[in-house]
Design a protein around this ligand. Structure first.
Ligand code: ZN
Length: 230
């Protein structure tokens, strides 16, 4: 007989939920659906008692069931989580939603056929002020790209599922003396070159980079990245 997994309630669930919601910018990170009635919390490592924020991701019920069915695998979910951890919240084009409803004001008919259209714009806050790396989308994305590459290389060394994706982030923050409530993207833009050459060195010194050898390209330079995505 199989024992049903016991779901332990997440402590301070509302607070955690709010934080996770901010992280995904209120869109499902997999299907980008924003019209989700209730986002669900998924434990990435499938351990319901591991309520570390790094192990939790908010997503829509449809995508959640894809994970349960195995259509979305754990490593893809992990990678998505690192992307979320690494990606600065860049302002996206405002989504417009029109709500139609029928209403009467007093006895008067409002609008045409009682229909009122309200254009609701959801504003997504720019998280990073001018002068820091996060303000420059391309530079910020390149940093995120490098951090992801580092974690992928570490994954080869430690095995899939054994890489703590928040760790390298934490390390970088410590290295650059970033306050706990801020991220590496709060680093002043002048530090960009220094930061990327530091991450380059860290990637080059991983076991996988050493195995691949000196002539192997482990990452695109910023210039190459610009040509590709800029
Ligand atoms: Zn979804």
């Amino acid at each position: 007989m199989t024992e049903k997994k016991h779901r332990i309630r997440i402590p301070k669930e509302n607070k955690i939920r709010a934080e996770l919601q901010k992280e995904i910018g209120s869109n499902c990170p997999f299907c980008e659906n924003s019209e989700v009635g209730h986002f669900e919390i998924h434990h990435i490592d499938e351990n319901p008692s591991n309520n570390e924020i790094g192990n939790l991701i908010l997503l829509c019920p449809v995508c959640h069931s894809k994970i349960t069915k195995g259509d979305l695998n754990q490593i893809d979910v992990f990678i998505k989580k690192i992307e979320l951890l690494n990606a600065p919240i860049i302002s996206k084009p405002k989504s417009e939603k029109t709500i139609n409803f029928n209403s009467t004001v007093g006895n008067a008919v409002v609008g045409d056929n009682n229909k009122i259209s309200i254009k609701q714009t959801k504003s997504i806050k720019q998280k990073y002020p001018e002068g820091c790396i996060g303000f420059d989308t391309t530079k910020a994305n390149y940093v995120g790209h490098l951090i992801k590459r580092y974690n992928e290389y570490k994954e080869y060394e430690l095995g899939k599922g054994n890489v703590n994706y928040a760790m390298f982030n934490g390390h970088l923050k410590k290295q650059y003396k970033i306050a706990p409530t801020r991220t590496i993207y709060n680093l002043p833009i002048e530090k960009f070159e220094e930061l990327i050459s530091y991450i380059h060195k860290r990637i080059d010194s991983t076991k996988l980079a050493k195995i691949k050898g000196k002539d192997h390209k482990n990452y695109s330079t910023f210039e190459e990245y610009l040509e590709e995505f800029g």
